[in-house]
Design a protein around this ligand. Structure first.
Ligand SMILES: [Zn+2]
Length: 93
């Protein structure tokens, strides 16, 4: 498309959050307890970068998907220091 400037190093062109219903349920209501040791889980926000595609096609015409930031929540145990993805804790992996 015309008029698009070259990407800068750390700049993303779009972003999204994605939760499965199970992940959303855990995120909102789940007990944030370590499955290994029973310690307290601390939430962290991180992201991965996806190049050239968006998972939601309905807005594709308004989104530049060259460098998409996928925001992700992970949980790390206060006690044993193991990190778990939301999918793992929600029982999806
Ligand atoms: Zn633990």
């Amino acid at each position: 498309m015309a008029g698009r400037r070259p990407l800068k190093n750390d700049k993303h062109t779009a972003f999204y959050y994605a939760f499965t219903p199970k992940e959303m349920k855990y995120f909102l209501f789940g007990k944030k307890i370590c499955p290994r040791c029973g310690g307290k889980l601390i939430r962290h926000k991180t992201y991965e970068t996806i190049y050239g595609s968006m998972p939601f096609k309905d807005h594709a015409d308004r989104i530049d998907p060259r460098k998409v930031k996928h925001h992700i929540y992970v949980y790390s145990c206060d006690h044993c220091r193991v990190t778990f993805s939301l999918a793992e804790l929600a029982g999806e992996q």
